[in-house]
Design a protein around this ligand. Structure first.
Ligand code: 48H
Length: 264
């Protein structure tokens, strides 16, 4: 069969459009494809939830690629090592921790999330959320990352989600957007604001990140670095166990919220 430019063009457009239109209403929208977002997507999809990860860059992985100061290694503590091992990452014991290649970590965690059934869309920025009755976060407002980078005025599109997860890392962009646009007691009921992360303290940052992984507004969860930014907890440097445990906890919380919404 001779190659046809038109068939290739049609194939690409139609195939992705099918996936896109089939995802206009999802269970869980994960914003950010770093370690916490990918882990959240993996566990949520394993529970049978319909999950889409939105990543504004052309690649997923977030802060995983660079390991620590570009040394391509990821270290996790004992409590978290079952997660990369489940992904199939070769994690070796080292000085009381476990260590593996950051490139292998990205490749295998992302492959696991895809194989579990989550959809991962790159080059898409979540620029806002959809709000419904009782001030509930009910979806995401998306645009092309390239449109945002070029500063073009292009109106976005919206998708519905039963739960939205801010896994945007240090940027914490979804919680901050909500704080700016929906001020009031609804945002982070305990602190009333996005404080921003504190300076590095690995022990405390890792301890608090799982506790900080929660629903901060009806329909919006935070996980990963965004969780510590919302609650003003310290950063932790190049240790990634907390990101994985936080992502897994977010998936469990999201499944509970989806189940509750189905009961109503
Ligand atoms: C779509 C977006 C948007 C948006 C951002 O930074 P990440 O790797 O986040 P985490 O929390 O999973 O992991 C944090 C870890 O990588 C880290 O930085 C650590 C451990 N730091 C410790 C320290 O002391 O420094 O990934 C977030 C992802 C990125 O890929 C962004 O491009 C993406 O989210 N993103 N995607 N729409 N509005 N905002």
């Amino acid at each position: 069969m001779p190659l046809s430019e038109i068939d290739i063009t049609r194939g690409i457009i139609e195939d992705f459009t099918e996936e896109f239109t089939g995802s206009l209403q999802m269970d869980v929208a994960v914003i950010g494809g770093g370690p916490s977002g990918i882990t959240c997507a993996y566990y949520a999809a394993r529970k049978g939830l319909k999950v889409v990860v939105f990543e504004k860059k052309l690649h997923v992985g977030g802060g995983m690629w660079g390991g620590g100061m570009l040394f391509p290694r990821i270290m996790v503590q004992e409590e978290a090592v079952d997660i990369p091992r489940e992904y199939g990452v070769n994690m070796r014991p080292r000085g009381g921790y476990y260590i593996g290649s950051s490139v292998e970590f990205v490749a295998k965690s992302v492959a696991s999330a895809v194989d579990a059934g989550s959809r991962i869309w790159i080059g898409m920025t979540v620029e806002d959320v959809v709000i419904r009755e009782e001030d509930r976060v009910a979806g995401v407002v998306i645009n092309w990352g390239a449109v945002e980078a070029a500063g073009l005025h292009v109106d976005p599109l919206a998708l519905e989600a039963k739960v939205v997860i801010d896994a945007t890392g240090h940027e914490t962009s979804i919680a901050r957007t909500l704080q700016r646009k929906q001020p009031g007691p609804q945002i982070n009921t305990e602190t009333g604001e996005v404080i921003g992360e504190k300076s590095m303290w690995a022990e405390m940052g890792e301890r608090e990140i799982v506790e900080n992984t929660k629903e901060i507004h009806k329909g919006l969860l935070v996980c990963g670095m965004a969780a510590n930014a919302v609650y003003g907890s310290p950063r932790m440097g190049a240790i990634f166990g907390g990101m994985l445990l936080s992502g897994r906890k977010a998936a469990e919380l999201a499944a509970g919220i989806v189940k509750e919404s189905q009961g109503n």
